[in-house]
Write a protein that binds this ligand. Structure first.
Ligand SMILES: [Fe+2]
Length: 356
């Protein structure tokens, strides 16, 4: 039974078996689990290339600079490999690039090796979460843009977040400021600035850090249905990490999460700020959003070898539970009809849960 702080995943995510019309179920629910397909990397790759109308195959070369996720086949990538004791908060993959039209509409995951304990990939219904926001919060945030702020040092730091940049070089494949500036422009970041803080081997006459800004909406409308969805990406948010780590991890893991956040946020810059004022997002706004997401959580779990899930990257934010033991999940990103599904009749837009 779902608790008072989560939704009943069975009402929102159907299970398809071989022979079922997976696309029809996806259209109706916005998410579908696949059982008994007996996927390996090659057959999952074949499945996703048939399911998507377009598949994003250049993630590692064009989305997060030069070093992105390792490819596991033509159309699949290694899923996020952040450390096992991190609870990864709700986020829509690549939502930083929404305004540049580079955010995938669909995410597909296949779990090749389930963890011994935990390691789930919870979904969070972003429309349901929006509906839970108090009216006064909605008035303050709807229509406003925020900036995602990344501060990357020139010299590498010994980060544990393997998929995240630890230096200009690991991010862009060069530490030359001019080449970096061109790549920043090519990747359409909203703006960037250099910081001159000095440091080991860096004089104060040359830039020590690069700060990147990517603007996006706090709340937006689903591309097909037009319904409101919370859109802020909480993936690296210290507030969200703190909240979810407290809920799901041991004290030791929680401390590790906080240290990990410091590694990534190498300076005191906020991870997100309002784009218009450059002020931090107010604490009560962050609390309301995190709480709304928490109450819109779908805690389904990987339950059989090679289980897969397909979901709408706009309608559902996703996270990753902490885990023990080995775990292998591969992922693919695609679009169907330029985000034209699922539509207004999608169950995930309309189902009301008694537990909500
Ligand atoms: Fe993700």
């Amino acid at each position: 039974m779902p608790t008072a702080t989560q939704l009943d995943h069975k009402a929102y995510i159907p299970i398809a078996h071989p022979g079922d019309d997976v696309k029809a179920l996806f259209k109706q629910y916005g998410a579908v689990r696949l059982h008994d397909f007996k996927f390996d990397t090659a057959s999952f790759d074949k499945f996703v290339s048939g399911f998507n109308e377009t598949t994003l195959t250049d993630y590692s070369g064009g989305y997060l600079g030069k070093t992105g996720r390792p490819k596991t086949s033509t159309n699949t990538f290694e899923a996020s490999n952040v450390p096992p004791n991190f609870y990864f908060p709700p986020h829509n993959d690549l939502s930083y690039f929404y305004e540049q039209g580079r955010m995938p509409g669909i995410i597909l995951f296949c779990c090749l090796t389930p963890a011994l304990k935990g390691g789930y990939t919870p979904l969070f219904n972003a429309h349901h979460a929006f509906k839970l926001l108090p009216d006064d919060i909605v008035k303050r945030i709807k229509g406003r843009k925020l900036s995602y702020v990344w501060t990357i040092p020139r010299e590498g730091i010994a980060g544990r977040m393997k998929v995240l940049p630890t230096s200009w070089k690991s991010f862009f494949g060069t530490d030359d400021p001019d080449e970096v500036a061109k790549l920043v422009q090519d990747l359409k970041f909203s703006r960037h600035e250099y910081l001159y803080l000095g440091g080991e081997g860096v004089s104060k006459d040359e830039p020590s850090h690069l700060r990147l800004y990517m603007d996006g909406p706090m709340v937006t409308q689903h591309p097909t249905s037009g319904k409101d969805i919370i859109f802020i990406n909480l993936g690296q948010s210290p507030e969200a990490r703190k909240h979810f780590a407290k809920h799901y991890a041991s004290d030791e893991a929680y401390q590790s999460v906080i240290e990990g956040s410091r590694e990534f946020l190498t300076l005191d810059a906020p991870y997100v700020e309002w784009a218009d004022t450059h002020e931090p997002i107010e604490a009560d706004v962050m609390e309301a959003i995190i709480s709304a997401y928490e109450r819109s959580r779908l805690d389904w779990g990987w339950s059989q070898p090679s289980e897969s899930i397909i979901f709408d990257n706009f309608l559902f934010a996703h996270g990753r539970d902490t885990f023990e033991g080995p775990r292998s999940v591969i992922t693919s990103f695609g679009n169907i009809g330029d985000h034209k599904m699922p539509g207004p009749d999608c169950v995930a837009f309309t189902t009301t849960s008694t537990a909500a």
